[in-house]
Design a protein around this ligand. Structure first.
Ligand code: ADP
Ligand code: MG
Length: 704
């Protein structure tokens, strides 16, 4: 078979590649075969359909394409400052093209009087415009024709550029490849009924146009088609996985609603559940009773009351003779859950255990023994819970409270904690994540959303203040303390510069202490370098209301619950990510009082920091903030998602392609409803493509 062979050929066999370039392409871009090269799409295009006139250029001009002749060439400067200055002219004016690198070579290449095509970015200095290092080529008829299109720009790396595999070489390689392949080499992978329904171009046509777009319309159609294809097959895979699991894996049926659940609900629950909490509990109960395994993502904004929902699910497990566990991403959060849940179930004849990496020796052994005997009913802890040496007697449900931190792999480990049926798995997100991300990262799970906050919560008022206004902030703090409120002041903590951060924290502490002297004021301080016992002591003083101010690093980000704290002050706000800021803000606004969040920053802010701060000031809605975060940073940078690899799209962009994703998921679901195994002839292409292209997902699906 000719067709598959060409695209499966190692990249070094392509003319113009050779062993050295091949090595680079493999290492830098994971391009191993000609097929990989083909599917490495441009990430943007330069609009070369227009020619600019030198006379029309302004300082605002950006990328420009010119047509004209070289009038003069001068080598200027010495040594490192040596540069070639070319006076370039068209019928409207003259400007300079400048080369610092390769000046001698360019000088040799260029000829006076010959017509050239120039493409580059305008640089203006003191009102004088020039183009440093433009692309320049002599004009031939074919050259102009080719240039008058959208020119693809491929992602590259510094090493690739340095070693001569630059964008031009990439374009050339793709061209060489296309000279060798034919339409049949790029077989269609979507059935005609989808192509027709969505009015998509054929696959081979789309791939040609994505590399060599002739017109904007073709390019857009090609992009839509390839984005759809990518998202569609991912959804098909995720949904198939989910169906497969539902069909083949039995869950422990929780048929009984018994004393634990009802006792808690009737006698212990300190408040009325919100409508959203009730709805979500109902959704979960349906899964739990169905005989299938529950695999559900529970999303809800900070403070929406996920914990209580989690607890009630655990009580259902207990009612059905099973154990339950709750796993949190940090020791502090796990501790907090342990304390909170122990309090909730006090007097209910339920034993709650705690396990983390810091519990060692005899103490650990005792817990492990009791767990195995079934004497511990609810186990709460950190990652330590999923270690192999942790054995349950019979684990009915595992709940994880995630900060997008548990990888799929770790989640999978939970599965093996009970035999023969795996435990039910409920994943709670600490902060909301955008729908598109949820559908992808957790696309194989059912999703429940708590979209309502408990009643009586007041919107937290958020303001942005400059460092120079700190005195006014201190004044405000004093007013609040006089009203009996408590205050957090948070400093950033980034691992790489822990010493520096500690320093800024300590300096901050000293200045706060000066402003708020003892004995009138009491201050707690908590940071990651402290011994757990000291940390706990300081934390407790604040919780009990013995201190009015808590100066801390982000260790308090999750977990801490002090309803009387009504002011959150964040220092160096520009150094925090959006979801982190939102988490921090969520520490206040938990009581009946009006709460405030004061974001302090320097004057100099990047555009992105400014937008982050503005977003925080504008809205309290975690879902909205998550969407903004996705747009600002792109899906690849959302915390904890990198390692999953599932977001390394060729062309799709979760921040922009929500609509396409939605359609792709709907169609994939409908197809699987009608043809779960994709064995109908009409779906033959789908099945075939899934089988041949499966490599990328094999590892992933095994562990999810
Ligand atoms: P998160 O969803 O961020 O984990 P929590 O579960 O920590 O939120 O709940 C935040 C606070 O709201 C807790 O103090 C909890 O007791 C309280 N809470 C939860 N549900 C309700 C409710 N239905 N009515 C009133 N308060 C509630
Ligand atoms: Mg929580």
């Amino acid at each position: 078979m000719r067709s598959s062979n060409i695209l499966e050929q190692p990249i070094e066999y392509l003319k113009g590649v050779g062993p050295k370039k091949a090595e680079l392409l493999k290492k830098e871009l994971s391009i191993f075969t000609c097929g990989d090269l083909l599917l490495n799409f441009p990430f943007r295009y330069e609009d070369r359909t227009k020619f600019h006139k030198i006379g029309d250029l302004t300082e605002q001009s950006d990328m420009v394409q010119l047509r004209g002749t070289v009038r003069r060439m001068d080598m200027k400067g010495e040594g490192r400052k040596k540069r070639l200055v070319v006076r370039f002219r068209d019928d409207t004016g003259v400007m300079e093209l400048i080369w610092f690198q390769g000046a001698t070579w360019i000088e040799k290449k260029l000829e006076l009087g010959v017509e050239y095509l120039v493409y580059g970015r305008i640089n203006s200095f003191n009102g004088k415009m020039s183009i440093p290092h433009p692309e320049i080529e002599p004009i031939t008829e074919a050259g102009v024709k080719e240039a008058s299109t959208f020119t693809p720009v491929y992602s590259s790396t510094e090493i690739l550029n340095k070693r001569g595999v630059d964008v031009k070489v990439r374009r050339k390689l793709i061209k060489t490849l296309f000279e060798k392949i034919q339409a049949v080499d790029i077989p269609e992978n979507l059935p005609p009924y989808i192509i027709e329904k969505l009015n998509l171009p054929a696959r081979n046509e789309a791939i040609v146009h994505i590399h060599f777009p002739k017109a904007k319309k073709d390019l857009e159609r090609a992009q839509k088609r390839l984005k759809f294809e990518e998202l569609f097959f991912l959804q098909l895979r995720l949904l198939k996985l989910r169906r497969h699991r539902k069909d083949t894996i039995k869950g422990i049926p929780f048929t009984k609603i018994g004393d634990h659940f009802l006792g808690f609900y009737n006698n212990k629950l300190p408040f009325e559940l919100t409508g959203a909490q009730k709805r979500v509990l109902k959704e979960i109960r349906q899964d739990l009773g169905s005989g299938a395994q529950l695999n559900r993502l529970l999303q809800g904004d900070v403070g929406s009351g996920k914990t209580i929902v989690g607890l009630m699910c655990m009580l259902m497990a207990l009612d059905n003779g099973c154990q339950a566990c709750l796993m949190a991403p940090t020791e502090i959060l796990a501790q907090q859950h342990y304390q909170g849940i122990s309090e909730y179930v006090e007097g209910m004849d339920i034993t709650v255990g705690f396990l983390s990496g810091s519990i060692k020796g005899k103490k650990r052994q005792a817990i492990l023994d009791e767990l195995k005997l079934g004497n511990i009913h609810i186990l709460i802890g950190t990652h330590a819970l999923i270690e192999d040496w942790v054995e349950f007697k019979n684990l009915g449900i595992a709940i994880t409270d995630e900060q997008h931190r548990f990888g799929v792999k770790q989640r999978a480990k939970l599965w093996r904690k009970n035999k023969p049926c795996p435990p039910h798995v409920l994943v709670m997100t600490a902060t909301p994540i955008p729908r598109t991300l949820a559908m992808t990262l957790y696309g194989d799970l059912e999703i429940s959303v708590i979209d309502e906050l408990p009643p009586g919560r007041k919107e937290i008022e958020t303001v942005h203040r400059m460092e120079s206004h700190r005195l006014r902030v201190f004044g405000f703090m004093k007013e609040q303390i006089a009203l009996g409120r408590q205050i957090y002041i948070v400093y950033p903590l980034i691992e790489e510069s822990e010493t520096l951060d500690l320093q800024s924290l300590m300096e901050g502490y000293v200045s706060v202490e000066r402003e708020f002297p003892k004995p009138e004021y009491q201050i707690s301080i908590v940071h990651g370098k402290m011994k757990p016992a000291d940390k706990d002591f300081e934390m407790q003083r604040f919780v009990k209301g013995e201190t009015q101010i808590m100066v801390a690093t982000t260790v308090i980000e999750v977990g801490v619950n002090v309803p009387n704290a009504s002011v959150m002050i964040i220092e160096n706000t520009e150094r925090f990510g959006l979801s982190q800021l939102h988490q921090l803000r969520g520490r206040v606004g938990r009581g009946a009082d009006q709460s405030y969040c004061i974001l302090i920053s320097g004057y100099k802010l990047s555009k992105e920091s400014r937008e982050r701060i503005q977003t925080m000031v504008r809205t309290n809605n975690g879902f909205e903030i998550a969407e903004a975060d996705l747009k600002l940073r792109g899906p690849g940078n959302i915390e904890g998602t990198q390692q999953s690899g599932i977001l390394n799209f060729r062309i799709a962009d979760l921040a922009k392609d929500q609509r396409i994703l939605q359609v792709a998921r709907e169609i994939a679901a409908r197809i699987l409803d009608q043809d779960p195994t994709l064995s109908k002839p009409i779906n033959a292409r789908l099945k075939n493509y899934m089988e041949t292209q499966g490599k990328r997902f094999k590892a992933w699906s095994k562990i999810s």
